[in-house]
Design a protein around this ligand. Structure first.
Ligand code: TYM
Length: 332
């Protein structure tokens, strides 16, 4: 990695095949940044265990997620791709940063409130301290830019606050990172409940389109997508279903909302939904082909992750050791 380029960090949880929400909101932008920035992308398995995971599934999904990121265009010759638990400095820095984060800031996080409500039987410490680990992920590499969807904005703000607080106490140590959030598609909504975010962990299969869904399922899910009764393809706050489909179509075709409204003027929802589904099928096809090829080559995949972890670890050690020195830990 050359030192003149600015740095990018982002991560994704291996909690299931990712959705077109993850793809449009975040992952699609990762390869685009590879030429102009030094990029690190991580499969964040430590974050995933804040909700109980079956160990065999977690292991499988971690590799699958890495393969899918490669299929989406993350290039290991240009970027560092690694698994979070392979670089111990993430948890080490997380402890230090936790001592610079007021308890009240953690209990205010939307995601903590949502996940606590969803899993009342298991409101564990990891769920609360989750954003501190995320701050460690980002600050450990002095990332300038963090490509994420809208739902991670609050966590990024917390990371910025922690960085500023630490810098204020110990002098300039961390870069205060900025978000890279797309104008359209930063919050792709559920196809069944368009006032709710599309989520990897949704149990209603019709609500979610996954990047590896086959063409027939994609067409079927869009056909069943909830819209409204006025039959007019127009973006507006009181038409969340249609607006969501327009965002998805816009992301896969690069057409503006005005162009889409003109294209489907007087046409009705049937043809519109078919066109949206087709654009998604066409956009995902090359990713699906590439994914099957990469996943079949376990040796290659594990090699990429091993090299990625070694390279990430080297960068992480430098910053961790600076932090340890600043807070007053004895170094031998
Ligand atoms: P995760 O795994 O939930 O999601 C990965 C990325 O996808 C974005 N995203 C969406 N974008 C648009 N519409 C949606 N419906 C949608 N759902 C998810 C997320 O905003 C995210 O960018 N905490 C993070 C993972 C993480 C991370 C980090 C991210 C851990 N450490 C450091 C950036 C930097 C998460 O759970 O993402």
């Amino acid at each position: 990695m050359t030192s003149e380029k600015k740095r990018v960090f982002s991560g994704i949880q291996p909690t299931g095949t990712f959705t077109i929400g993850n793809y449009i909101g975040a992952v699609r932008n990762w390869p685009k940044l590879q030429d102009d920035y030094d990029c690190l992308y991580s499969v964040v398995d430590l974050h995933a265990i804040t909700v109980r995971q079956n160990p065999a599934d977690l292991r499988r999904r971690t590799r699958e997620t890495a393969a899918l990121l490669l299929a989406c265009g993350v290039d290991p010759e240009k970027s560092i791709l690694f698994v979070q638990s392979h670089v111990p400095a993430h948890t080490q820095l997380s402890w230090v940063l936790g001592c610079f984060c007021p308890f009240g800031d953690l209990t205010r996080m939307h995601q903590f409130k949502e996940k606590s409500a969803k899993h009342p039987e298991d409101i564990n410490g990891g769920l609360l301290t989750y954003p501190i680990l995320m701050a460690a992920d980002i600050l450990l590499y002095n990332a300038d830019l963090v490509p994420i969807g809208n739902d991670q904005k609050q966590h990024l703000e917390l990371a910025r606050n922690i960085a500023q607080r630490f810098n204020g106490v110990y002098s300039e140590t961390f870069v205060v990172p900025d978000g890279y959030i797309p104008k359209t598609g930063a919050r792709v909504m559920s196809l069944q409940e368009p006032e709710k975010k599309m989520s990897k962990s949704d149990t209603n299969a019709n609500a979610v389109v996954r990047v590896l869904d086959d063409p027939d399922s994609i067409v079927r899910k869009f056909k069943r997508a909830v819209t409204d009764s006025d039959g007019c393809v127009r973006a507006s706050a009181d038409k969340p279903g249609v607006t969501n489909l327009m965002s998805i179509y816009s992301a896969f075709t690069d057409k503006s909302f005005e162009e889409i409204e003109r294209e489907f003027d007087g046409v009705g929802y049937g043809a519109f939904k078919e066109a949206v589904a087709q654009s998604v099928v066409d956009g995902l096809r090359p990713i699906q082909t590439e994914y099957a090829r990469i996943l079949a080559d376990k040796k290659y995949l594990d090699g990429v992750l091993k090299t990625g972890a070694e390279r990430a670890d080297r960068i992480a050690q430098r910053i961790l050791s600076k932090v340890y020195r600043k807070v007053g830990f004895v170094q031998l």
